[in-house]
Design a protein around this ligand. Structure first.
Ligand SMILES: O=C(O)c1cc(=O)[nH]c(=O)n1[C@@H]1O[C@H](COP(=O)(O)O)[C@@H](O)[C@H]1O
Length: 290
């Protein structure tokens, strides 16, 4: 692992990136419908052009880029090659790359997923990865440990932005805490003593409005809160203080289609990302001054 000794912990790198570039994560989600809207073919050439344009437009200015692996996997090995190039080019231009892979498996297999995204020797090495805790938080241990070793991060699905998530995530365990609250407790323990912020994040949808209380969620995990749902799913930056309360400073809002729909014009993509980042910063500053 060549980069292990040089990479600062992900949480510190993320905090600095958000301070310097603005608190925003833009998704690289090459939906077939977006390829069509951009006048591109739904094939490897279209995928490549789309991805290159987003990276060229945004990697030197947004804090985090989040490629959605599924949109690349659907093109097979050549799609993965496009993803590899996007990860390398984005990191080279200074963006942190959060690979949206939502992996989760029994521990021994989880170790292979972890190596894929969090081992610096891997062609898909990223700054962080999204994981699903459906097999139990402990099954994620190989990824949590490798992240600590390689200075990378892990984002665990806790309260997802989709309405179906509550069926599982709000379910109350024998001890009385909801599944989501239990995940947040685990992450808080993982991030203990980290400064300025831990490297273990939770995914908490920006769309959740006032429902967080129903899940008994304590968002003070000393780690980043990835908040998808702004833009196409209906949430706005102005919603963030209401949803996240005091934890709003640790929120990394994700916008995918809300920015990407402005392409393929590079200036328009940049303007849209700058607008979202500015609106998020205003919302966070206003909440802090109250
Ligand atoms: O982990 C995620 O990124 C994620 C979690 C979640 O709860 N909801 C959610 O929408 N996402 C992802 O965030 C992105 C949202 O895209 P837009 O709705 O186009 O902004 C997609 O790539 C989703 O897969």
């Amino acid at each position: 692992m060549t980069e292990t000794t040089t990479l600062e912990p992900f949480g510190a790198r993320l905090r600095r990136a958000m301070d310097e570039r603005g608190p925003l994560c833009v998704g690289i989600d090459p939906h077939a419908s977006l390829l069509a809207d951009w006048g591109l073919s739904d094939d490897i050439a279209g995928l490549e052009r789309f991805t290159r344009t987003v990276v060229e437009a945004l990697a030197d200015r947004v804090a985090v880029l989040k490629p959605q692996s599924a949109f690349f996997e659907r093109f097979g090995s050549r799609g993965i090659a496009v993803l590899e190039q996007a990860v390398a080019d984005s990191r080279e231009a200074g963006a942190l790359v959060l690979m949206d892979a939502k992996r989760g498996d029994i521990g021994s297999t989880m170790a292979a997923y972890a190596a894929t995204y969090l081992d610096p020797a891997s062609p898909l090495f990223s700054d962080a990865v999204t994981v699903s805790p459906y097999l139990g938080y402990g099954s994620l241990r190989p990824a949590l440990d490798l992240a600590r070793e390689s200075g990378t991060g892990v984002f665990v699905l806790a309260l997802t932005s989709n309405p179906e998530g509550a069926e599982v995530q709000h379910a109350v365990r024998a001890g009385g805490a909801s599944v989501a609250a239990t995940m947040l407790e685990h992450l808080k323990a993982e991030n203990a003593d980290a400064a300025p912020m831990g490297s273990y994040g939770a995914v908490v949808g920006a769309t959740l409005g006032d429902t967080l209380g129903a899940a008994g969620a304590d968002l003070a995990i000393n780690g980043p809160l990835l908040a998808p749902g702004i833009g196409a799913q209906g949430a706005t930056p102005a919603d963030l203080p209401r949803v996240f309360g005091a934890a709003v400073r640790d929120v990394v809002p994700n916008v995918s289609r809300g920015v990407l729909r402005h392409g393929p014009d590079v200036a328009a993509l940049r303007a849209s990302a700058a607008r979202f980042a500015g609106e998020v910063r205003d919302a966070v500053d206003t909440a802090a001054s109250r």
